[in-house]
Write a protein that binds this ligand. Structure first.
Ligand code: ADP
Ligand code: MG
Length: 290
């Protein structure tokens, strides 16, 4: 059975809405010197909202209807925000006959008169859609911290939706507490570099790895491990491999089941203050065992 200090530590953690469920949570977390945080749903609340809609061609009603049709089958938080915005505008989405999600990029849907793409500017450009007339506008929105999602149909861009997601209320305080303990903090996201830098600055994180595709998150953690043990904090399906790769995986309680299953520590309270708190518990429980 577990040493008494671990049992007490687990109890103290539970009182704070933290589930420390593996040996790594106690023995490994006190040793990490880098904490990597996912952006959407971890550092932010994970409920993005559509702030602006810009039409390049056709009408706004058509743009949001097509976007909602393509996003209806996606579980991504951005997709849910797009669908909500479309319904709020009374959109009537066309029927979708086939759907494909490209993780970290966007979605593709087939409708009666062609193909609709919704996703990052890089995704649409990669599919051969010319975004050069919109490039300056996209850069300005991203500079302001927005995530830009472009809607394309049959090889042409129809318009864009600009979304943002609020930083969790205690993010800056939690990051400051980690840094005060001498930890290196890193933001890791599939989102664009400009929006990521903006969010990182608000949270007080100075190292950013943006535009990282889902497969690349675990690889980034592996590279950071060259400098010492790493904790990874995430919530999404695409964070699970990185949570497994890290010395200590931490999942937000509101995250997807796959992320939760991959984690050593689960923050049931969804409060980032749990990150420094659990570290103190790990250190004290371990010291008492010796
Ligand atoms: P994060 O690392 O912030 O959780 P993801 O890896 O899930 O982000 O996605 C990275 C980027 O891919 C998003 O910022 C968005 O531009 C694009 N993307 C992914 N899925 C979708 C979707 N369903 N609809 C629109 N864009 C998407
Ligand atoms: Mg996330």
């Amino acid at each position: 059975s577990a040493p008494l200090s671990i049992v007490r530590g687990a109890g103290e953690a539970a009182e704070h809405g933290i589930l420390m469920r593996t040996g790594e949570a106690f023995q490994g977390y006190r040793l990490v010197d880098t904490v990597v945080l996912d952006k959407t749903g971890t550092l932010t609340e994970g409920r993005p909202v559509v702030r602006e809609i810009e039409v390049f061609s056709g009408s706004e009603a058509e743009l949001v209807a097509l976007a909602a049709a393509a996003e209806a089958s996606s579980e991504h938080p951005l997709a849910q925000a797009v669908v909500r915005a479309a319904f709020a505008r009374g959109a009537v989405p066309p029927e979708v006959t086939a759907f494909e999600a490209s993780p970290g990029k966007g979605v593709t849907a087939r409708i009666a008169d062609g193909e609709v793409l919704v996703g990052s500017p890089a995704f649409l450009e990669g599919q051969g859609i010319d975004l050069s007339p919109a490039r300056a506008r996209i850069a300005a929105l991203e500079e302001a911290g927005r995530t830009v999602v472009v809607v394309g149909r049959n090889g042409r861009a129809l318009g864009l939706l600009a979304l943002d997601d609020r930083l969790r209320a205690d993010a800056a305080q939690a990051v400051a507490a980690l840094r005060k303990e001498g930890l290196r903090t890193v933001l890791l996201t599939g989102d664009n570099e400009r929006a990521a830098r903006r969010i990182a600055a608000e949270a007080g994180i100075d190292e950013v790895h943006a535009g990282v595709l889902p497969d690349g998150k675990a690889e980034t953690v592996r590279r950071l491990q060259a400098a010492g043990p790493v904790a990874m904090v995430g919530d999404g399906i695409n964070d699970a491999p990185a949570l497994m790769q890290a010395n200590v995986g931490v999942a937000m309680g509101g995250g997807t089941d796959i992320a939760i299953e991959a984690a050593d520590i689960i923050i049931l309270s969804n409060r980032l203050a749990a990150l420094p708190l659990a570290r103190g518990i790990s250190r004290r429980s371990y010291a008492k065992m010796l």
